[in-house]
Design a protein around this ligand. Structure first.
Ligand SMILES: Nc1ncnc2c1ncn2[C@@H]1O[C@H](COP(=O)(O)OP(=O)(O)OP(=O)(O)O)[C@@H](O)[C@H]1O
Length: 624
């Protein structure tokens, strides 16, 4: 015997659904007003599609509850059953039809609503919604009243023929006590301004005392202005109004294919790229969100936009943009516009470009490492510390076919003067991001070579001294080598420019790590020593290069008295060390201290009586 089968229809628990919307879909109960405004706007758009001269007013009344009246198309009784009483059904989707009328199909793309759930948002703040409506298409049709409850019950009645109801719709909410704050007069004005300031129709909020506030205002990019300057000023004033900052510059956005207009404002202060600015996005005038982050490419974090568009789609919560092909095309097109502004600045307003780079260069550098497009645009304009001063890479590369880059700031400090004197072009790669960026220069500037600067490159540019001078200095150099060897450092004598530089300490961080590692290995035993020992790759030594062209060094190498020679060697090492500006180790601080006391002692006992035990290796000083 066949099993009996019976057909059923899903039941919807309205309370459960409203709970779902209020806690999981919408971020705040305040969206109820947005949904009401939106339905009113759509109804007027529908009516005007058939009758372009139809009135277009929306009035929100506060006081005892909240009502919103529009001069839109209105609803017939059949519409009420079909659309108001059916969740998820909307007259604004093409296949459904419903609000028949000439030209309506063409107008469908102009509606803001589409999901058929918007009215439910009102149940987040109210237990009862009353809609009184009269359809504009049939003057003889009676007005209809629909009363819906949050528990899912609703009633419909037609009002007596002749009841003075203008075509259009009035929605009344009786707010629940716990949500009364959302319908308080001041809050309603604030919310209406927040969502509705760019709506295309007249929107007014009227209080119980009869005072009314006009909400809608054409955005500055839609208005006529006396002059381009007046236009810029109006755009900047709008930025102060909506974002509360004075922009560094304004970039007008206009993508007719996407029905998009607006402005990108360049931020006047630095912002970390991680801290992305949110954009204000209006869909057909209605504010969708003031925190859209997906509107622009990541690299364009230095602007904040306000736009109005008819082509982008909202998510169902209507609080974010739906990620689809249109959004990605719009994002690309806006990116091109902002990039054009940036590249155009170089030609049209170098002073502004300079200000922009001054404010945003750190963040721009951080991002350019990962964003090839941004890298190509901005790298030539970014300032770097170089042996030619603070210049852009473009300027620097013009005079240096090979760009040398240091691994650390201290390396740069040590070698920059010597390298500059030797005609080498060195960029300080020690600051965050800089070395990575300089290494990418050949990608955007073919023909330019970039290499890391190593001590050997510098040494190769230092001239050997005359052999007879080397012999004369042998005694001093012997003492210096012996004293400085404790710092894992060799001492050599060379001729180099500038003559004002007495000594140069050639060292780098890797070498220092290697030395620390090997000294640890020497101090430990057993397994640990074996492990460290197996990593050994030949301990690199630092090099103290004394400048034989420097008058002080020339004099120092003639010192015969040992105590003074020790103090002089340690002082020269100490001075080169300080120039490197790296943090000192304990043994280095002790050396500096010793050298200073040694010199002081010798200065106070010029007759050669430097017999103070504080002066290491002290003895009698030979007057020169
Ligand atoms: N003020 C109004 N005037 C005329 N019709 C209205 C009005 N408000 C609501 N409606 C009708 O009720 C339907 C359902 O409205 P609802 O706000 O729930 O959804 P929607 O506006 O279609 O879509 P969305 O969920 O995206 O807002 C609408 O499609 C429209 O036909």
């Amino acid at each position: 015997m066949p099993h009996s089968e019976s057909a059923h229809t899903f039941q919807v628990d309205l309370r459960g659904l409203v709970d779902l919307l209020s806690h999981h879909l919408y971020s705040s109960p305040r969206v109820y007003l947005r949904e009401l405004l939106q339905n009113a706007v759509d109804a007027i758009t529908a009516r005007r599609a058939a009758d372009p001269s139809a009135p277009a007013t929306i009035t929100v009344r506060t006081g005892d509850g909240l009502t919103i009246t529009d001069s839109g198309i209105g609803l017939t009784e059949a519409d009420v059953h079909r659309f108001l009483a059916t969740i998820g059904r909307s007259s604004k989707r093409t296949t459904d039809g419903g609000l028949d009328g000439a030209g309506l199909d063409a107008a469908r793309g102009d509606f803001i609503g589409q999901f058929g759930i918007g009215l439910l948002a009102c149940f987040v703040v109210a237990d009862e919604i009353t809609v009184v409506s009269r359809h504009a298409g049939d003057p003889a049709a009676p007005a209809v009243e629909w009363r819906g409850h949050s528990d899912g019950r609703y009633t419909i009645r037609t009002l007596p023929v002749g009841t003075a109801v203008e075509p259009g719709t009035t929605v009344r909410l009786s707010p629940r006590a716990d949500n009364a704050e959302w319908t308080a007069p001041a809050r309603v004005v604030e919310l209406a301004r927040h969502y509705g300031s760019l709506l295309p129709y007249e929107v007014t909020v009227t209080g119980a005392d009869g005072g009314s506030v006009r909400i809608d205002a054409a955005p500055p990019w839609e208005r006529e202005h006396r002059s381009p300057l007046a236009r810029r000023e109006a755009l900047a004033a709008y930025c102060r109004e909506v974002f509360d900052f004075v922009p560094l510059d304004t970039i007008e956005l206009d993508l007719p294919a996407a029905g998009l207009r607006g402005v990108a404002y360049v931020l006047p202060t630095a912002l970390s790229p991680a801290q992305r600015a949110g954009h204000r996005v209006h869909l057909k005038g209605m504010l969708l969100t003031d925190r859209a982050t997906e509107l622009l490419p990541d690299w364009a974090f230095f602007v904040r936009c306000v736009i109005d568009t008819s082509s982008l789609r909202p998510t169902a919560s209507r609080e974010a943009l739906y990620e689809d092909g249109t959004l990605s095309a719009v994002r690309d097109a806006l990116g091109v516009r902002i990039r054009d502004w940036l590249t155009g600045l170089a030609a049209s307003d170098p002073a502004l470009l300079h200000r922009f780079v001054e404010v945003h260069h750190l963040a721009v550098k951080a991002l350019a490492r990962y964003d090839d497009e941004l890298l190509r645009i901005v790298l030539p304009w970014l300032p770097f510390e170089t042996t030619d001063g603070n210049v852009t890479l473009e300027e620097f590369a013009r005079t240096h076919a090979t760009v040398l880059v240091t691994r650390s700031v201290e390396e740069f400090r040590q070698v920059a003067p010597i390298a500059a004197a030797a005609g080498l072009g060195v960029v300080n790669g020690g600051y965050t991001y800089d070395r990575d960026l300089v290494h990418r220069l050949p990608e955007i500037r073919p023909g330019t070579a970039v290499t890391d600067l190593d001590p050997a490159t510098v040494t190769a540019h230092l001239d050997a001294v005359d052999p007879s001078a080397e012999i004369r200095a042998a005694a001093f150099l012997g003492i210096a080598r012996e004293v400085i060897a404790a710092q894992d450092c060799d001492v050599v004598l060379r001729d180099f420019q500038p003559v004002t530089s007495p000594a140069l300490l050639l060292d780098n961080r890797e070498a220092r790590h290697e030395r620390t590692r090997s000294s640890l290995a020497a101090d430990s035993d057993g397994l640990w020593a074996d492990i460290l020992g197996s990593l050994r790759s030949g301990t690199p030594r630092a090099q103290l290069v004394l400048n034989h062209l420097n008058p002080l060094v020339r004099q120092a190498v003639t010192i015969e008295e040992r105590g003074l020679a020790v103090a002089a060697a340690e002082s020269l090492y100490g001075q080169a060390l300080l120039l490197s500006r790296r943090p000192l180790k304990a043994s280095e601080s002790a050396l500096l201290n010793r050298a200073f006391i040694g010199l002081l002692t010798h200065a106070m006992h010029p007759a050669g009586g430097g017999g103070d035990s504080a002066a290491p290796g002290s003895g009698s000083r030979k007057d020169s």
